[in-house]
Design a binder for this molecule. Structure first.
Ligand SMILES: C[S@@+](CC[C@H](N)C(=O)[O-])C[C@H]1O[C@@H](n2cnc3c(N)ncnc32)[C@H](O)[C@@H]1O
Length: 221
């Protein structure tokens, strides 16, 4: 495995090339396969559930079992497993075949239905199919030219009265950022409301190295 700095440069290079080649998600498989099983080579892999998801689940009256939950761009599966442990019926998908195989190796007895799928196609075939959708750092991992499509695909998956919980980096203005990642602007977040969702609450967790927002939305019935 290469040194962290050169690994980051390598990832930026393949992401830029994929974006220019009109395959904005085409670089993720390379990141996972070239990691050769070393999670340290996956810059976003926490190897534990996202602490902001756990904090949100612990607050208020979250349903403890039953709801059909979906994890978008599930990476190495820790968030999907955390939801399954709390009784959710979890589907989790990622565009990377290697990432999904890695989830299955890590959690061989899991109840999570792991799938290799592209968000844009998955959303078409599962309209309004989930009571709870968790999206963490997938929107920001795709360039601005597919932002609207990414946001509308995620929203399309949510059942009436369903909850969407988003964890994302944000940027302070509308200027195009140099990515990856490509943090979201306030105007881009407004696109979620245009999909028939209502913002229920948001907070900005402290202790993150990039400006981050956790936002809960509900689909208007
Ligand atoms: C920055 S990573 C975040 C992973 C995980 N959500 C987390 O927070 O650790 C983005 C993930 O989204 C996946 N992804 C990117 N584009 C996708 C698409 N169009 N459909 C499905 N998954 C996608 C990538 O393979 C990658 O695992």
């Amino acid at each position: 495995m290469s040194e962290p700095q050169s690994r980051r440069e390598y990832i930026r290079e393949i992401a830029a090339k994929a974006s220019a080649d009109e395959h904005p998600a085409g670089w993720f498989e390379q990141v996972y396969t070239t990691a050769e099983g070393e999670s340290a080579a996956i810059p976003w892999a926490l190897m534990q559930p996202n602490p902001h998801l756990l904090a949100w689940l612990d607050e208020g009256d979250r349903p403890q079992s039953g709801p059909r939950a979906l994890v978008v761009g599930c990476g190495l599966g820790d968030d999907a497993e955390a939801l399954a442990e709390r009784g959710y019926q979890v589907t989790a998908f990622d565009i990377s075949t290697r990432a999904i195989a890695w989830c299955q190796e890590r959690f061989p007895n899991s109840s999570v239905a792991y799938q290799v799928a592209d968000l844009f196609e998955f959303a078409q075939s599962h309209p309004q199919a989930f009571d709870f959708v968790f999206e963490c750092r997938t929107i920001q991992a795709l360039p601005l030219k597919v932002r609207q499509q990414t946001i509308s695909s995620i929203c399309q998956l949510l059942a009436p009265k369903g909850t969407l919980f988003v964890i994302t980096n944000i940027r302070q203005d509308e200027a195009a950022p140099e990515g990856p990642p490509w943090p979201l602007s306030e105007t881009e977040l407004q696109q979620i409301l245009q999909q028939g969702l209502q913002e229920i609450q948001r907070h900005r967790p402290s202790g993150t190295n990039r400006p981050t927002l956790c936002i809960e939305y509900r689909r208007v019935a």
